[in-house]
Ligand binder design. Sequence first.
Ligand SMILES: [Zn+2]
Length: 364
Amino acid sequence: MKWSFKIATVAGTEVRIHITFFILLVFVAMQGMAGGHGLNGAVDALLFVSAAFVCVLLHEFGHVFAAAGYGIRTPDITLLPIGGVARLERMPTKPVQELVVAICGPLVNVAIASAIFLFVGIGFVASPEYHFEQSGRFWEKLMAWNIMMVVFNMIPAFPMDGGRVLRAFLAMLMDYGRATRLAATVGQGIALVTALWMLMSGNVSPVLLLIAFFIFMAAGQEAASVTQREATNGLRVRDAMLTDFRVLPPDATLRDAVDLLLSGSQHDFPMMNEGGDLLGMLTRQRLISGLSEYGPGHSAHAVIEPCEVSVTALTGLSEAMEQLGASMCPALPVIDGVTGRLVGLLTAENVGELMMIKAALKRA
Ligand SMILES: [Zn+2]
């Protein structure tokens, strides 16, 4: 995540705060100030929002620790004004495991709300008067916030936890792909009905409308990515890689690369040294920006993308596609596992073509 910085590391997971989060704090403080209680109002507002986001963070750690139980690491959690995002290395594909990981977030909020209910209820902890929005008692408000988090997160729509819970339940009854598509359709239906209901009742909340739109898109994306994973199931990089490609020598100029670019349909050119080792990739984007910055006589080597990630011809296609998506390079070098020589290039375009061919053959 860009524009975020680390505030702590807990059990191997970085906790990061997005810069826009501070805009929320300023906004909340100003709102508290305007509430008629002056500086006290601002302090109370900040205290409450901070406490609320500690609960968000604990919710995310509920997912993180549940995932850790299945050996899945979480490199980081980012706090955004709209909530927290825990970036799990991967989601478990076993339904029971996904169910546990998804439900452990909301369970944390259930635990917090119950604890507040108990402690404040029996008078163990005093709930101070506080002034923010409508004045009320601090702990009661925080309890309500946690209950709201449970309700909101359990809406059965991706990317909410409830969507994952629904998918996990469905995946116990049918295959994973069908379960995902069905869960995504349910989520999109909920988003659509909410939006329509708002528009028809004339009671339009821009924030809710935005959330509905976001859910609609996210659900579609989830279904598409699972469908893609299904389609590439059992396929390897060698099934889709480009094997007929041009290579740049280390002393090539940008002019040489332009000649190659214009004479064929290849966009990105691997550069190799005399020993046959890959030095990096001259992508079309780098070539164009290099041309405008330095002119055609410049060394191509100076502007290549290092492309540290490479795959072998036997790497699973879906795994390779994930690496391609995370990489800065639009084409992944495919290396022979034994000799270490470059044997192919993997591009999204080629994989797309393979998918089209597969789909056409299925229909035939
Ligand atoms: Zn969650």
